[in-house]
Design a protein around this ligand. Structure first.
Ligand code: FEO
Length: 394
């Protein structure tokens, strides 16, 4: 896709990766992604904000050629991760006079990760500016969005915020701007859940920090540009500051139908009590959907059979993931089955140490669940309802 002008002399010059289906060998990309790079032409100098993934390096260089960029003064590196910084060495080779502008921490990381030469850097402090002549770039330090070195760039005269990953969405689209807010909301929420949620308190602080700026447009480094930025700012506020809702997330796995029968009964018992349930069969679950569900839920209940004395590996993975993503959960528990014994409860609850949750009494059935087990599931459902009521969740 050719470069496109988003304001006079400001161009989207990145690459759309329609076919990528996995990020970090971990995160599903059902809708592909984009690596957005932006060229800002000033009266005296020219800057490129972020580069692209190294697999798309050629696309970026061709875009710069088609924009007839003969001289590049600044290459702004908001973030050192390779999907934005990976093409920096190629851009520096093409433009020998260009300097990389980044935080001091980012400089060290780019030297380590990409072997960028030390003499190619200009480091900037929080709120420092660089003039392009008639245009001014302000750099806003925003560590831990989502690495320690991150910053945002603000083009003062045009009131455009270039926040790199912050507010981004993994979404390949031919639309330069958001046209379908529902689709972008889903993709941006998935991105928040997988990438930003573990840093929720930092995200809260950075949302407060960007309030100081008048923003007419947000141009992230993944997904379409927000020409009505209040849409994504409001969504981020609800995800980062919102209280947990009356929702139980129930990731489970079943081998011989015992756990599945328990899950089916338990879901019915919760729904009867006015609780929303989001159920995920782990072996076929898109973990992005599970992560998104955890953004709003008050409770997670993990369903697992017993394998070799412990939890099924798929259930252990779900517990590990929930613990790593640090959602704002209040309660957790375990339901499942066993043949002759095991340590499922100790194992799963021992994996949730990052979460400030109260672990409710688990329900485990020996073999197929019987009347007493269904009664115990009713008891757990009732306890979830009481806890949700007591804590104002419902
Ligand atoms: Fe899109 Fe953290 O890189």
């Amino acid at each position: 896709m050719k470069p496109r002008e988003i304001r006079r002399g400001v161009y989207w010059a990145g690459a759309v990766d329609w076919d990528r289906r996995l990020f970090d060998s971990l995160i599903p990309l059902p809708d592909g992604t984009s690596y957005n790079s932006y060229l800002v032409q000033g009266g005296q100098s020219t800057a490129l904000i972020d580069s692209v993934d190294p697999t798309m390096e050629r696309v970026l260089l061709e875009n710069l050629d088609s924009l007839e960029v003969k001289k590049l003064d600044y290459l702004i590196a908001n973030h050192a991760e390779q999907d934005h910084a990976g093409a920096i060495p190629a851009v520096l080779a093409k433009y020998p006079e260009a300097k990389v502008v980044c935080t001091p921490r980012c400089k060290g990381m780019l030297i380590d990760l990409l072997m960028v030469a030390e003499d190619r850097f200009i480091t900037v402090e929080d709120k420092e500016t660089i003039s392009l002549g008639d245009r001014t770039l302000e750099f806003i330090h925003a560590p831990w969005v989502h690495w320690p070195e991150t910053m945002l760039t603000y083009l003062r005269e045009e009131r455009i915020l270039f926040p790199c990953d912050f507010f981004g969405s993994h979404l390949a689209t031919s639309d330069l701007y958001v046209t379908d807010e529902g689709q972008v909301y889903e993709a941006a929420k998935r991105y928040y859940a997988e990438i930003m949620m573990p840093f929720r308190t930092t995200i809260q602080k950075n949302l407060e920090k960007v309030k100081e700026y008048q923003i007419d447009m947000i141009a992230p480094s993944h997904g379409p540009v927000y020409n009505k930025p209040e849409f994504i700012i409001k969504a981020y506020h609800s995800w980062a500051f919102g209280e947990p809702k009356n929702i139980v997330v129930l990731p489970y796995v079943s081998m011989h139908d015992s756990t599945r029968r328990m899950v089916a009964y338990f879901v019915g018992a919760l729904v009867e009590r006015g609780i929303t349930v989001k159920q995920f069969d782990l072996p076929v679950t898109d973990i992005g959907k599970l992560a998104m569900a955890l953004v709003d839920a008050a409770t997670v209940i993990i369903g697992t059979p017993t394998v070799l004395g412990g939890a099924h590996p798929a259930a252990a993975y779900a517990a590990f993931l929930a613990n790593a993503l640090r959602p704002n959960l209040k309660f957790a528990s375990i339901i499942g089955s066993y043949g002759w014994g095991g340590k499922v409860v100790e194992q799963i609850s021992g994996m949730l140490t990052n979460l400030k949750v109260e672990v409710l009494p688990p329900v485990l059935a020996k073999g197929y669940p019987r009347e007493a087990d269904f009664k115990a599931l009713d008891g757990l459902a009732e306890m979830v309802r009481q806890k949700h009521r007591e804590t104002g969740v419902m």
